[in-house]
Design a protein around this ligand. Sequence first.
Ligand code: CA
Length: 621
Amino acid sequence: MNRIKLVHVYRSIVVMFFTLCFGFSAWAGNYRHDKIIVKLKKNISQSNSLKFLGKATTDKQMHLSKSWTKLKMYHFQLHKSQTVEQAIDELRNDPNVLYAEPDYIIQKASVDSASGQKTYEEMMSLSQSEKVYTSEASAQMDFEQIYESVSASSNPTVTVAVIDTGIDIDHPIFVNSDALWRNTGEIAGNGADDDGNGYIDDVYGWNFVDNNGSLYDDDDHGTHVSGVVVSAGIDIFAASMEVSPIKIMALKFLDGNGIGSTSDAINAIYYAVDNGAQVINNSWGGNSYSQALHEAVAYTYTKGVTFVAAAGNASANNDNAPMYPASYDVPHIQSIAATTSSDYLASFSNFGYNSVDIGSPGVFIQSSIDGGGFGYMSGTSMAAPYVSGVSAMMIYYAPSMLGYQIKSLVESSSDYVSPLSGLVHEESRLNPLSSINAAKVANVAASQPGYAVDGGTRAVASEEAGGCGLVTKLQADFNKNNKQGRMTGKSFGKVFLIVVVLSLPFALTLYLRSKDPANRRAYERFQLDSAVTLSVGGKQLKGQVSTISLGGAQVDTQALLENGGIVKMNISSPDGKDLIEVEGHVVWAEDGKSYGVKFAEATSQTLNQISNWTDNLEKAS
Ligand code: CA
């Protein structure tokens, strides 16, 4: 365990600033001060609905921004004389109204801006080993076989909706691989809604921020996430690219600061489902429960769509502080934590034994950014699209599988990794090849349990409802001993069957790995007095390392480090003859001169080196 220390007072101002810019927590309960979402009761007649609308727009002078007519749901802009609180209080007393809620603000789920940027040409000039840094960040994830298998097949493509900050539609990786979804019913630039879906010139998707078909990305986030999704099917760094089996439907609802509103997220979700997306990637979230958003996610479930959500980046336990949409109790949601290359939970990642499903790589992930180049980003935002991409590839080979079944198979095919023990429900990390191979041979009955929205979140409901409840969890449960209780899923009644053959040698390997003594001593700290060079935002700083473990180091330096910030460290060995390079996040600070850095990115080689050093070091008190 890392020691927890009090952060110096003036430093907490820096932390607060960082939280406001990059964290989720600051947005808890934050909402648009001029908008509300209202849903009328199901049995209200058409004439009463119209009467209600007439009253709202004339008496209350509210402006109708959007109606979801079939759902009897409306998005209003309030007259400037009225507050959201007043409007909601009044509407809740209206006998026609089922619910009225604020239009909550939600945010992207990455922790940083793109770093280490390269142009497309620079990327292409790198050697193969330098290019595949992404797979290094994904440790045990083997994409080569997946790529080979794709190039030999000609199945129908799979559409993944990326609900995000937009996309650079001219980026070479999307152009060269033909990876963009196209609305075949729409004629570009004729100013008409050719396919009658309610959106004019929605050729590649829709921009819900500006209400048009222009899909620029003023943040990089959506372009990066989309590149990660596509990378599950083809090598996005290859000089000569295959045709992508995955098509990206870009739906922009987050602005240039990565901020958007619940109403636009809802619009994007309905658009995605109604225009044929089979997978929806959601690298965003917020802390406020919205029934309207919950119902939109439930709609994706009834339509068999796969729904993947980032667990969030507040280092928080989602069991106690739910993050939406990841934490809704809809049975098909895949809630994804971020892991390091060595399968530890990333320091920023949210977790939750009852509410987060698996881990997936999310630290220093290299992918496409706006303007045609590449860069590294970290976050559960980067972890989720690996799962979305892999889910899409499973559908590529097993088109009839429902989102609920995809989730089941992703989980049962994931790799047990001991550092995730107790932190995520499957205690495992995504295994792309195993998941796709399992889908290729799965026998699937096309049915799923019924589901009704009743305000449940998985943190609260999972023990009762068997929340992520499923099927064949043999591999994961093998290592779980006494924890299977909640997985019976009895309240879901009859469950369909997926036949997965359990490989005994594989399970045995997992079992032996879980017994590895190296895992148990992971956080024992040792005294060290070694020089360290810190790289922070392109600057080189000097310091001393006073203690070290396999999980992190205490660094003493006169330089100011920001809590939560990413630092690259070159640490000298005790004898000064050797050097390790390791990356991490600042997790505590004391008196502006001593910092705790938790390793976020350590190769197994590095961990071995540290392990060798500590053989001759004294334990820290
Ligand atoms: Ca249209």
